[in-house]
Design a protein around this ligand. Structure first.
Ligand code: HXC
Length: 537
């Protein structure tokens, strides 16, 4: 068949307008020179930045984004003239903003540039961040912010504070719509710290990142307390004690590499399914994991590492653990099973025997809510002796924080699979995604013990009078405990009542979970008819 000639070819070459090339050349050269100057930055400030072991904003974006994918916007933006006569008004206003790709997928980014006015946030700087945030929300793409800033630009007064308010408001608008990732690679002080706190993930670089509402000087002036930057708000403090940091890295490269990995696991927005990695078709024989029968001891009180169980269940034994060093008695990780991204929550018998305490409840609650917001199925691995008893926990609000986890699970509409690998007692059994609060599938290993409490404790309560009157109370207690165990504390008691859907061979757990995920893939639930619930914060 004849092929139509392209229209451009039919039109022929345009006639050059005489003199146009000559007139355009200096404009192009001027433009190129200006861009080159902006991109190069001030050499002395760049040297100081490197001397502190930090990269520049542009160098960081090169590490974060796919090569050549960055489109910068607002490069020429700067402080309005006349704000203060004689004030320097560098282009970019101390933040590099735009969009690029990570493993081929669109993201919006901003990177604060400490070499320009200490990365401090003035009106123009804030407006650039607002613009990329608006674009991320409008296009449904993740937002990544690289923070390295002296905070509100002091010489711009309230306009700087107004700029921060606009960021916070957009962080909240974007919450649950697009994933938001904050990376702290320098100071992040004052109210500035609230932007990372409002996002889904906060990563910090050891030695250079600092986050606090008031720095050491103000602390000393107000209360007389002397504390170093690192002890007040360094990466380690936020990773282990406050729970502010989702992860800590020794250097900027490994940090940004992990951000890239995280992005590869996440959906672009709340309407998209998570990306599926290519994966061989499920094969129950290939999915047998003999190690699972050895990792978990049958004796209920022997510790083991739940992360070893997770490694056996997920693709390539690869998972992204969040808050590794905070509330380690519960493990929260993103991983893939059969190529599909899942959120795994597991009690950790190696730390505090895997009890749920205040921090663990809060950590898991936030993770469950994140997964639910972004269509990520939940797999909950249960081995829990209960909630941590004691005045300290009660007074610190274990009821409120435990309720957060309960609320998060009850509200979650994504596919939910519970696997009871060993014991599940009392309220903690209910909270760890039991069928009663909405799990879609509950699987149990033959080792499992589900009960209101352990046999000894149960017998002491229900047979108190008999034991008090017995001639040999110890013997009677042992007999009654054995009876209680035989009657109630085995998986078939729950399975006979439909509270557990299947008792599985531990070595088949990977294939059983993969089959469950496939079964639940098209789960639909109507959205709740209310403005929003009132999470017990
Ligand atoms: C204007 C600032 C600045 C700021 C730093 N600079 N912070 N300019 N406003 N907030 C400038 C410095 O004057 C300096 O300019 C350059 O950035 C580099 O700063 P240095 O102090 O030389 O760097 P370093 O020694 O590494 O110390 C970094 C720092 C320190 C710890 C961040 O600069 C600092 O304490 N800055 C002030 C922090 C602060 O109080 N911010 C306001 C927080 S209140 P030259 O020209 O000398 O190179 C806030 C409220 C937000 O943010 C509220 C939101 C609701």
């Amino acid at each position: 068949a004849p092929v139509a000639q392209p229209r451009a070819a039919r039109r022929g070459e345009p006639e050059p307008v005489s003199g146009a090339v000559d007139a355009m050349s200096p404009l192009r050269a001027e433009r190129a020179a200006l861009r080159e100057r902006i991109v190069a930055g001030a050499s002395e400030a760049v040297r100081r930045q490197h001397a502190q072991g930090k990269r520049t904003a542009r160098e960081r974006l090169e590490l974060l984004l796919d090569p050549g994918s960055f489109t910068e916007i607002d490069m020429y933006r700067r402080q309005a003239a006349g704000a203060r006569s004689g004030a320097s008004r560098p282009h970019t206003d101390g933040v590099v903003a735009g969009s690029g790709t990570v493993h081929g997928r669109r993201v919006f980014v901003y990177a604060q540039d400490f070499t320009i006015l200490g990365g401090s946030l003035g009106a123009a700087h804030a407006a650039k961040i607002h613009k990329v945030m608006d674009l991320a929300i409008a296009t449904g793409a993740p937002l990544i912010g690289l923070n390295d800033s002296g905070g509100a630009r002091i010489q711009e007064g309230v306009t700087a504070l107004h700029g921060y308010g606009g960021i916070f408001r957009r962080n909240v608008q974007a919450s649950g719509v697009v994933p938001q990732i904050s990376v702290v690679m320098g100071p992040c002080a004052g109210g500035a710290a609230y932007s990372p706190a409002l996002t889904d993930f906060t990563f910090m670089v050891r030695d250079t990142a600092k986050m606090y509402l008031t720095g050491p000087d103000v602390v000393e002036a107000v209360s007389g307390e002397r504390v170093s930057h690192a002890d007040l708000g360094g990466a380690q403090v936020h990773a282990e004690r406050s729970g502010v940091a989702t992860g800590v890295y020794d250097d900027e490269e490994s940090c940004l590499e992990d951000v890239r990995y995280l992005v590869s696991l996440l959906p672009a927005n709340n309407l998209d399914p998570a990306p599926r990695a290519a994966c061989p078709a499920p094969d129950p024989d290939a999915d047998v994991r003999p190690a699972l029968a050895e990792i978990v001891p049958v004796a209920p009180n022997k510790p083991y590492d739940m992360r070893a169980v997770i490694a056996e269940l997920v693709d390539d034994a690869d998972f992204f653990e969040l808050h590794e060093d905070w509330a380690s008695n519960v493990v929260c990780a993103l991983a893939r099973i059969g190529g599909e991204t899942v959120g795994v929550v597991g009690n950790q018998p190696m730390v505090l025997a895997g009890v749920l305490d205040r921090q663990a409840s809060q950590k898991a609650a936030r993770f469950v809510r994140f997964c639910d917001a972004f269509n990520i199925s939940l797999v909950t691995l249960v081995d829990v002796p209960g909630f941590l008893p004691g005045a300290a926990q009660e007074h610190a609000g274990i009821i409120r924080h435990g309720a957060q986890l309960l609320y998060a699970y009850c509200e979650a509409t994504v596919p939910r699979i519970q696997v009871i690998v060993r014991k599940a007692y009392g309220g903690a059994y209910i909270v760890m995604d039991s069928r009663s609060i909405g799990a879609d599938l509950s699987l149990a290993w033959p080792t499992n013990e589900i009960a209101v409490m352990g046999a000894e404790g149960a017998v002491n309560v229900i047979h108190r009078r008999e034991l008090a009157a017995a001639r040999d109370p110890e013997r009677l207690r042992a007999e009654l405990a054995a009876e209680y165990t035989a009657d109630l504390m085995h998986p078939y008691y729950a399975a006979e009542r439909g509270l557990v859907d299947d008792v599985i061979d531990p070595v088949d757990t990977r294939s059983a979970v993969a089959a469950g995920l496939a079964m639940l893939r098209d789960k639909r639930t109507p959205p709740p008819q209310r403005k929003h619930g009132n999470v017990p914060l």
